[in-house]
Design a protein around this ligand. Sequence first.
Ligand code: ZN
Length: 199
Amino acid sequence: MKKNIALAFAALIVLGTALPSYAYVLLSPRRTWAGGSVTVLVNTAGNKTIADSSKGVANTANAITDWTGVVSSGTTSGSAVRGDGVPYIMLNNNGKICNGSCLAATLTGYYQTVGSTTTITDADVYTNQRYSFVSTSEADGCSGEFYIEGIMVHEVGHVIGIGHSNVAGSTMYPSVSYCDNGPASLATDDTAAMNDLYK
Ligand SMILES: [Zn+2]
């Protein structure tokens, strides 16, 4: 019995020392946008549950530039076209890929490998229409809703090649609670992932 405990303890030590300083995970295969930056376009239809002047479009476009130096943003009346090379955020459409407990989803299947370099060729973002969202510009605050800014900063992390992190409080943590806009602010773990890929 003592031997077993000792073995278990040793195993724990090995596991502990094997943990990396940062727990971010990059999408596999590792990939980036050509030129090291990308412009993400937010569809101007917005989301009908967001009661600000642009139905969340302006706040989303502003928030996603938190990925400083890598992501710039714009707005468009155009809709996502899969594989067209332009990443869109559709706030009014689930893309037939985001149901159930999914709040929003990014299509990460578009990339091309030439030699040892893999380049992202598209990454559109869709939003589940079953939930109520809110922005920081809504006058009545948050109740039983999800902040669109935090969710879309997370999704755009996927757009630029980052997977989920197990670091609680990071933007790339895979879940979020009602009225928690924490993911709108990048954690050290998120910045490290971005820098790993692009800096
Ligand atoms: Zn995610």
